[in-house]
Ligand binder design. Structure first.
Ligand code: CA
Length: 231
């Protein structure tokens, strides 16, 4: 190899080095940008074209309220229990008790059979003892263990125990039979169709009319979305 050829090779080698370095820097910059865009989207509420229908769902509060709050929840979900204990009391006090908003709960079954047992039991109570629905709903979340919440605690016997404690006039045999009956199961299937329609992929998911709240534990964001709908 002549001296000229060696010089050319060396020059082309350093050109390649510069090129590869530039490409690597570009890739890193792109990855950082993509990551930040994703983070931004995760932190933003999602605006949908319609609010979820609350027909045949439990509705708490003044039916004429301008705002409809919908929780997609699961009795097996620890975050839902936490949401009910931390965010819900303030939300109820500020907006549901004051007649500004209604609150509805839609069943999701992300924890398989135990979720379904809880969901169908709640549909059965709603159907047969609507006055006691919210007491049962709260008591079932209260029954969720704070540790080892994935254990098989949500059984037929557990929902019967909770129902007996919250519905004084409970017909236990009829309630037990209803857990595999057609009507409450059909009601739960409606919920399933609803959460699939709204592409709910985590619980709790909170909707304020057509707005899906990015972080259900951000009370200020929930409040802002409600206030916007009250204007
Ligand atoms: Ca339902």
């Amino acid at each position: 190899m002549s001296a000229q050829a060696r010089r050319n090779k060396k020059a082309s080698g350093s050109r390649n080095f510069v090129l590869y370095t530039a490409i690597i820097i570009l890739i890193v910059v792109l990855l950082v940008v993509i990551n930040q865009v994703q983070k931004k989207n995760e932190g933003e509420n999602r605006e949908l074209s319609v609010a979820p229908s609350t027909e045949s769902q439990p509705v708490l509060g003044d039916a004429n309220a301008k705002v409809s709050i919908v929780e997609f929840g699961d009795y097996m979900c620890p975050s839902c229990k936490q949401w009910g204990e931390t965010i819900w009391p303030q939300l109820q006090k500020d907006y549901v008790d004051t007649g500004k908003a209604t609150f509805s709960y839609v069943n999701v079954d992300f924890h398989n059979q135990p979720s379904i047992t809880g969901a169908v039991a709640s549909e059965s109570i709603l159907q047969s003892y609507p006055e006691q629905f919210w007491a049962f709903h709260k008591a079932l979340f209260d029954a969720q263990p704070t540790t080892n919440h994935d254990s098989a605690w949500l059984t037929e016997d557990k929902v019967v125990e909770v129902a007996k404690a919250t519905v004084p006039t409970l017909d236990e045999a009829a309630f037990r039979a209803s857990l595999t009956a057609e009507e409450p199961t059909k009601q739960f299937e409606l919920d399933k169709a609803l959460y699939q329609e709204f592409k709910v992929n985590q619980t709790p998911t909170i909707m304020i009319n057509e707005t899906q709240i990015a972080n259900p534990f951000d009370y200020a964001a929930i409040k802002a979305a409600i206030e916007q709908n009250l204007e």
